[in-house]
Ligand binder design. Sequence first.
Ligand SMILES: NC(=O)c1ccc[n+]([C@@H]2O[C@H](COP(=O)([O-])OP(=O)(O)OC[C@H]3O[C@@H](n4cnc5c(N)ncnc54)[C@H](OP(=O)(O)O)[C@@H]3O)[C@@H](O)[C@H]2O)c1
Length: 236
Amino acid sequence: MKVLVTGSTQGIGYALAEAFARRGDDVTVHCSADIKKAEAVRERIGAASAVVCDLSDAGQVESLFSKTGPVDCLILNASVQYKNDWLSVSDSELRKQLEVNFVSTYRLIGEYYPSMKEKGFGRIVAIGSVNVYRNHPELTVYSATKCAVESLIRNIAKQAAPFGVTLNSVSPGAVATPRNRAIYDDPEKRRAVEKNIPVGRFGLPGDIVGAVMMLCSDAGAYITGTDIVIDGGMRL
Ligand SMILES: NC(=O)c1ccc[n+]([C@@H]2O[C@H](COP(=O)([O-])OP(=O)(O)OC[C@H]3O[C@@H](n4cnc5c(N)ncnc54)[C@H](OP(=O)(O)O)[C@@H]3O)[C@@H](O)[C@H]2O)c1
């Protein structure tokens, strides 16, 4: 199958791209701007191609489909996150989180869905967040963008189902990726986060892989319009 994983040069996206490539899929690795970074990952994991596209740039988002062509599985994983008090969010931080996390998700579904519908098969998975279900005082805007994506997926899923296209989201809890490195590498800060995770540890990128792969396999054929939370119980 042809698979595009956005934001797949590191973290959860990297683990997903690597797993699809290991399954024998024709995988496209993606990141925001540095083609060398994407090419290095492509080579390391045995993916088919690499592409750059700044998802905060409407023109670049519009042209991504013409670079990759149709795909069977679209994994919308890339996001940006700014941690600060809700009254301190700058206009550019507000817009960037909306553009990358929500607007590009909407636009890319619009770009890739028609060919899936025509083929009668497609799998779209958006990576959400446990913050759809819980409060984080420094992630107000980020969480709102993830809520918007979850709603978008649910709405389009109902309309796409008759055409063989499923849409779901997978929502991680705290996962040890580059964006969390400063917390993960500091024993005190790490313990403070892990106190709120019933399973007792940070998630690893590999913990998110199984659900996404399942949704993109025969086992996922009857699952659409839902959100699978993988958070070690953090939302409870
Ligand atoms: N890590 C967690 O604890 C956690 C928890 C809940 C949900 N999530 C969600 O899981 C997904 C992956 O998270 P992660 O922690 O693995 O992320 P990460 O390590 O921060 O990596 C983010 C990826 O997204 C790409 N990206 C960032 N800005 C972009 C832009 N403007 N245009 C195109 N690509 C862009 C990055 O590419 P560049 O290298 O080019 O910037 C990178 O490949 C995200 O949707 C995140 O919200 C993560």
